[in-house]
Design a protein around this ligand. Structure first.
Ligand code: NOJ
Length: 557
């Protein structure tokens, strides 16, 4: 594998609305982020991924953009943004921006024009169709409930919106649209950004004719007609030729529904498309037949199979991104660990996994503190459009409120979006005003100030893991070999690069368990590199008594 800076980096994701407020309006902002850069530098991360900060009516918290070349008022000014970039670069850190170009806001001037008349110069920037028998043009469901089409009064035609009705999909078949996108990307790159995270980028090419989806619902998931569509690779290769290839940057595409085979088309090193994708296979592990909200228990053997598949199938072909949560997913410690008694141990165990696999690790804000999911009393306390729409739809369909709330507690996106917990003062030091979304009541116990003070904290463990990665090339580039694949409680694997070999052993549960090293893994001596419990003097890597959520990383010689 070719060596590059973005393979050796650790990325930290900031959701600006919830990171740090500087002016008391209850909404995080760019000056707030700048005031916390020392903290991020101390953690040791290399790259910041900033979720959208562009002008937006905030129907979907900035993922509905009304001006790609302006900063949202609530977040500050372009001057603030320039200062952020300068401060980051001054610290040797990089900045990647969120690029949301599957759709815009319906308040974007292109759409404002587009909806005016059928012969408007911008009409073809979006996807307009006539209705069929007084109904929508097809039966596709929106990701945010209901139909993916909305009828517009001015012309009587419908426009496509895979997300909210305030997020009309752009028509990538139109060359002018592609040109506009390449131009705005170039504009940011000329300002000095170091790359892009590309929102749902594998949805931009739709199958001609937009056929009906299979299914017996009123609206059905039409993924096969817009995920990895017919022209997707042509579009991305064009984007790479026109823009990306001209800069030394990193790109990561968000690509729901891709398999490792498909992913290698996006990230194959000789294909001239993207550097990495975010795949969702692991994120779907606890979804039942009814989808994301139909929460079902997950099994460690499946978890390992999914992780391993991506490790092995992309090895030597393309690069993995590694994440266990983000602004759309529940907190990893609540989902895959234990957010009660063993919160710290399990947060560290999961971190050990994330930081010892092949790929680039992404830390979502607050993960380094072991922040947890939240349970607000009722729907009125929630802000996320996906959650609110689902709640209404499910209640109208006759589901019990308590079941719907239970789904929200385990899967709702606001779990990840509660404000960053900086200290034990009111609202956790996030704002002096009223936060736009309530803080998790556990902030008095779980916060950055406490974590910085405690040498044994989750934060300091992350710092050490990041340091370790910088010292051992095998962590970045080494081959992955799973051990004890069928074990239901232990996740163990080796990483090998030339002469260097690491053994990673993780107890995924609260019960103690004995790890027996397969004989095939021979060694003369070992060095213990990191772990979330002290290494007992008498411990033998061939037969380890693992404590609750124990993680150990050994170098085998
Ligand atoms: C994926 C983003 O991560 C999510 O937050 C957003 O709602 C959708 N794409 C639509 O932009």
């Amino acid at each position: 594998m070719k060596k590059t800076w973005w393979k050796e980096s650790v990325v930290y994701q900031i959701y600006p609305r919830s990171f740090q407020d500087s002016n008391g309006d209850g909404v995080g902002d760019i000056p707030g982020i700048i005031s916390r850069l020392d903290y991020l530098e101390q953690l040791g991360v290399d790259v910041i991924w900033l979720c959208p900060v562009y002008e937006s009516p905030n129907d979907d918290n900035g993922y509905d953009i009304s001006n790609y070349q302006a900063i949202m008022n609530e977040f500050g000014t372009i001057g603030d943004w320039e200062r952020l970039l300068q401060e980051l670069h001054g610290r040797g850190m990089k900045l990647i921006m969120d690029l949301v170009v599957n759709h815009t806001s319906d308040e974007h001037p292109w759409f404002v024009e587009s909806r005016k008349s059928k012969d408007n110069a911008y009409r073809d920037y979006y996807i307009w169709r006539d209705g069929k028998d007084g109904k929508e043009p097809n039966n596709w469901a929106s990701f945010f409930s209901g139909s993916a089409w909305k009828r517009d009064e001015a012309t009587g035609q419908y426009f496509l919106h895979l997300f909210s009705s305030k997020q009309p999909d752009l028509n990538w078949e139109n060359e002018k649209v592609r040109r506009e996108v390449y131009d705005l990307m170039t504009w940011w790159l000329e300002k000095g950004v170091d790359g892009f995270r590309m929102d749902v980028i594998n949805l931009i090419s739709k199958v001609e004719g937009l056929p009906d989806a299979e299914g017996d619902g009123k609206y059905n998931f039409g993924g096969e007609f817009f995920m990895n569509g017919p022209r997707i690779h042509e579009f991305l290769q064009e984007m790479n030729r026109e823009v990306l290839s001209k800069y030394d940057i990193m790109t990561v595409g968000e690509t729901p529904g891709v398999s490792p085979g498909e992913a290698s088309l996006y990230v194959g090193e000789d294909r001239g498309e993207l550097n990495m994708v975010f795949q969702f296979e692991l994120m779907d592990i606890d979804a039942g037949p009814g989808g994301k909200w139909n929460v079902t228990p997950w099994k460690l053997v499946d978890f390992k199979r999914i992780m391993g598949k991506w490790q092995v199938e992309l090895d030597g072909k393309g690069w993995n991104s590694l994440y266990l949560n983000n602004h759309d997913q529940p907190r990893m410690v609540s989902r895959f660990g234990d957010d009660g008694e063993y919160r710290k141990e399990s947060a560290k165990m999961l971190a050990t996994l994330l930081h010892t696999l092949q790929g680039t690790p992404y830390i979502y804000q607050g993960e380094e503190l072991g922040m947890t999911n939240v349970k607000f009393a009722g729907i009125d306390e929630y802000r996320d459009i996906e959650t609110i729409n689902m709640y209404k739809e499910y209640l109208e369909a006759g589901r019990a409120e308590k079941d719907v709330m239970a789904s929200i507690y385990s899967k709702g996106r606001d779990n990840a979006r509660t404000p960053m917990q900086w200290d034990a003062s009111l609202h956790g030091g996030f704002t002096t005003g009223t936060p736009w979304l309530k803080i998790n009541p556990n902030y008095k116990e779980i916060n950055a100030e406490e974590a910085l003070r405690d040498p044994d904290s989750v934060f300091h463990y992350y710092r050490q893991l990041i340091e370790l990665r910088k010292r051992h090339e095998v962590i970045v580039y080494g081959r992955y070999d799973v051990l004890l694949e069928e074990d239901e409680r232990i996740y163990a694997y080796t990483r090998t690069l030339g002469e260097e070999r690491l053994l990673i052993v993780l107890n995924f549960f609260a019960d103690p368990v004995t790890f027996e090293l397969p004989e095939a893994v021979a060694f003369d001596s070992y060095e213990r590199l990191i772990g979330n419990y002290a290494w007992p003097e008498e411990a033998d890597p061939r037969r380890l008594q693992l404590r609750p959520f124990e993680a150990q990383v050994l170098k085998l010689n």
